[in-house]
Write a protein that binds this ligand. Structure first.
Ligand SMILES: Cc1cc2nc3c(=O)[nH]c(=O)nc-3n(C[C@H](O)[C@H](O)[C@H](O)COP(=O)(O)OP(=O)(O)OC[C@H]3O[C@@H](n4cnc5c(N)ncnc54)[C@H](O)[C@@H]3O)c2cc1C
Length: 463
């Protein structure tokens, strides 16, 4: 029996490095299936992904290969699928789920984050995860067969297309690309920004949000989600967007013009005017998958920094970099922040499991705001400890930092999430006013009983 009195913590399977950083309360909640999957994901990333990092890079850099999914990725995806490591992200309330809770998946996702592309080998990468969840939740059975099943099988690839260059897309009511119904089709005209790049021929379809009823008085009913096959005539990719200089090949991020793009009406998800119902439902786990992986990515960056701190070839003033007090403090600070980040993510996942995605809105926002910011700070410190090499391709640190930085904007900028949290917090003010009015009333009552003079002090107008 463990000191906490929990039998599960005595499980020898929990004593391996795969579980070393998890808090006890998380370990206690893991099912036998999850314990096995977490260990399998750990072994997969350590043995199959990390040693192949440079090979994946080399395959992409070969002549004519930039926008082709490397054969190594296909090979690893087949292997991961055979080992039962596919789609672990899909929470256990879906019939298609392999059976993990959000909390259990968080533990897997952190390990995946150690290699930028490891999640993709397990079909757990963005935007596929959010799209699969959306299709599983809102599609008809017919649509599921056609669009969802190939994604679950890993034989198709999809993109999510909401953002536009001409509006503030974090306020989705502004999405302006026009969709009008003509017979059995919708005709789409307008511009889109982001969503994977068409140069990769494996991309099959977009889940697009468009404006189908601009004059509807209810602004929450003006928009529709529709599946747009990439081969539909009238879609032009203007260019691939680079993210702080990285092209993110072979998936990329396209910029698109839609001109008279005709899509069958049967591709509408849930029904015309119901995009916001879907967007609400998409607020769940997909929102924090990036955060889960960022924790693992930071652990890796931190390990590189520690290695550098003890590198005998790099001794300014004859001392290890890790012997300077200022750097010992830096390492401590990084450790503290990393452990905080993990707790925030695990908490959000656990709230979703125990109270549901809607009740978890605040914990999800908390994670989305705090974790990418912490991650940029931690990786920045790691780069600094590395010196000049830390800013070059000698280390994966610049790519890691860029990933953490883009998560501050992707899936909604942190300012928008803070705005939402702050607005909810403001609603609690009335309760505090009443509570303080009661303190004051009771104070006056007690002052009278003790024969003390009431001293005036100011909580503001509590009437
Ligand atoms: C790497 C990457 C990948 C992406 N992938 C996709 C994708 O696959 N599909 C897709 O559709 N989109 C994608 N996006 C786009 C992303 O979701 C949007 O950029 C994001 O939602 C913000 O929309 P916007 O760019 O129109 O910025 P805006 O909405 O114009 O916001 C700009 C800024 O305004 C301020 N702001 C906004 N709202 C508030 C507020 N409430 N309070 C205070 N300040 C506020 C913030 O500073 C914010 O950063 C991706 C972005 C990145 C960086």
């Amino acid at each position: 029996m463990s000191p906490t009195g929990s039998l599960s913590l005595d499980n020898p399977a929990l004593k391996t490095p795969a579980f070393a950083r998890l808090p006890s309360w998380t370990k206690e909640k893991l099912s036998p299936l999850a314990i096995k999957k977490i260990q399998d994901v750990y072994d997969w990333v350590e043995q199959e992904c990390i040693p192949r990092e440079q090979i994946m890079k080399a395959q992409l850099e070969g002549p004519g290969n930039r926008w082709k999914t490397p054969s190594l990725m296909h090979e690893l995806r087949e292997k991961a699928k055979d080992r039962g490591l596919f789609n672990l992200f899909l929470p256990n309330h879906f019939v298609e789920s392999p059976g993990l809770t959000n909390l259990e998946y968080s533990c897997c996702a952190e390990i995946m984050g150690r290699v930028y592309w490891a999640a993709q080998t397990m079909n757990c990468h963005a935007p596929e995860t959010g799209n699969i969840e959306l299709l599983a939740k809102y599609c008809s059975e017919e649509q599921k067969k056609k669009w969802l099943q190939p994604l679950l099988d890993g034989t198709a690839a999809s993109a999510y297309s909401m953002t536009e260059p001409d509006v503030a897309s974090s306020d989705a009511t502004q999405i302006g690309i026009r969709m009008r119904r003509e017979g059995d089709e919708y005709v789409i005209d307008g511009r889109k920004l982001y969503g994977n790049c068409l140069w990769n021929k494996e991309l099959g379809f977009y889940i697009l949000m468009g404006c189908s009823a601009p004059d509807n008085e209810d602004r929450w009913k003006r928009h529709t989600m529709i599946i747009v096959p990439c081969a539909t005539p009238g879609i032009t990719q203007v260019r691939n967007l680079t993210i702080m200089g990285y092209d993110h090949a072979p998936e990329g991020h396209g910029e698109y013009v839609y001109e008279n793009v005709r899509v069958p009406a049967e591709n509408v998800i849930l029904g015309e005017g119901r995009a916001f119902e879907i967007a609400q439902g998409r607020l769940g786990p997909g929102r924090i998958h990036h955060c889960m992986r960022l924790v693992g990515q930071c652990e890796r960056a931190y390990e590189l920094a520690l290695i550098r701190c003890r590198d005998p070839a790099k001794k300014p003033r004859g001392r290890f970099i890790g012997e300077f007090d200022s750097n010992i403090e830096r390492i401590a600070q990084m450790r503290l922040e990393l452990d905080q980040a993990r707790l925030v993510v695990l908490n959000a996942a656990d709230v979703m499991d125990t109270l549901g995605n809607k009740a978890g809105k605040r914990a999800i926002a908390q994670s989305k705001i705090l974790v990418p910011r912490m991650a940029t700070r931690i990786i920045d410190e790691c780069m600094q400890l590395y010196g000049g090499q830390g800013l070059t391709q000698h280390t994966p640190l610049p790519e890691m930092w860029t990933y953490a930085r883009f998560v501050r904007v992707a899936d909604g900028p942190d300012a928008a999430h803070r705005h939402q949290v702050g607005r909810e917090e403001m609603k609690t003010a009335e309760g505090f006013r009443q509570r303080h009015a009661e303190y004051l009333r009771r104070y006056r009552e007690l002052a009278e009983r003790y024969g003390e003079k009431v001293v005036s002090f100011d909580y503001g107008n509590l009437e």
